[in-house]
Design a binder for this molecule. Structure first.
Ligand code: CAA
Length: 258
């Protein structure tokens, strides 16, 4: 039996999969689910046999946002003192690459959870949006920041101020998603991508992820400087020696993640 109430976890082939499992609430993100997703992701992150993590929902909904019923009676002092939503930030600190497999609704916190992942694979029925404005609030799990960095100010303002839903073709044109596939193939594709990443050097993958994330957080000069340092550091690893030796010898590399 799963140790979790609101998610299902599985691992195989060097990858971990977290499936949000509150179907009656369209996977609304309540506190239990937040804590369970973070705990499961951190457990996979600490496991040396796991090289990538997939987060997914159901065909109808990746997640329809933070749980409005749970949050509706909260007061200002409660959300402040609880650091409400704060645990989600832990996902941005994982070293292991994360992939969101998104089918159906990814609204509000659901869109924000997808954007917390490194790669976003979308089914052709995916719908994105930040409808918090319709509830008299604003995004609170990084949506105003990550959406704006991902798709630019013009579209982010449009979505966040009107609360409208964006279908997957528009989301792909805007640069929010990495790939669009038929909905029925979304999870399988995300798992394939995860297995591919898990086959690389996990040290190189973690550094590559770190380097790309710098582009979101710093200036070009600082980012290029950080990248150069991270690149140099790969020459301290056995995997660099192995990867280059394997290329020269025309064989597959055998990365040991060290
Ligand atoms: N919180 C709690 N329950 C939710 C929910 C949410 N975010 N989204 C859906 N549900 C529940 C519904 O209340 C309903 O439950 P009951 O059967 O008990 O009434 C069930 O899930 C099915 O939903 P609907 O009947 O509404 O399904 P639909 O197909 O008619 O509509 C939908 C689907 C358009 C996604 C609609 O459910 C919807 O608009 N949901 C809310 C979306 C939203 O506003 N998300 C933002 C939340 S705020 C947030 O996320 C803050 C932040 O930045 C972190």
């Amino acid at each position: 039996m799963s140790e979790y109430e609101t998610i299902i976890t599985e691992s195989a082939d060097g990858i971990g999969v977290i499936t949000l499992n509150r179907p009656k609430a369209l996977n609304a993100l309540n506190t239990t689910l937040m804590n369970e997703v973070v705990a499961a992701a951190e457990q996979f992150d600490a496991d040396p046999d796991i090289g990538a993590i997939v987060i997914t929902g159901s065909e109808r909904a990746f997640a329809a946002g933070a749980d409005i019923k749970e949050m509706s009676d909260k007061t200002f002092s409660e959300v402040v003192s609880e650091s409400f939503f704060g645990a989600w930030d832990n996902l941005s600190r994982l070293r292991t690459p994360t992939i969101a497999a998104v089918t159906g609704y990814a609204l509000g916190g659901g869109c924000e959870l997808a954007m917390l992942c490194d790669i976003l694979i979308a089914g052709d029925n995916a719908v994105f949006g930040q409808p918090e404005i319709n509830l008299g609030v604003i995004p609170g799990i990084g949506g105003s920041q990550r959406l704006t960095r991902a798709i630019g100010k013009a579209k982010a303002m449009d979505l966040i101020l009107t609360g409208r839903q964006m279908k997957v073709d528009e989301a792909e044109r805007a640069g929010l998603v990495s790939r669009v596939v038929p909905a029925a193939e979304c999870l399988a594709t995300a798992k394939e991508v995860a297995v591919t990443i898990a086959g690389k050097s996990s040290i190189a993958a973690g550094l590559a992820k770190d380097a790309v994330n710098r582009a979101f957080e710093t200036t070009l000069t600082e980012g290029v400087r950080a990248e150069r340092g991270l690149f140099y550091s790969t020459f301290a690893t056995d995997d660099q020696t192995e990867g280059m030796a394997a290329f020269v010898a025309k064989r597959e590399p055998d990365f040991r993640n060290r």
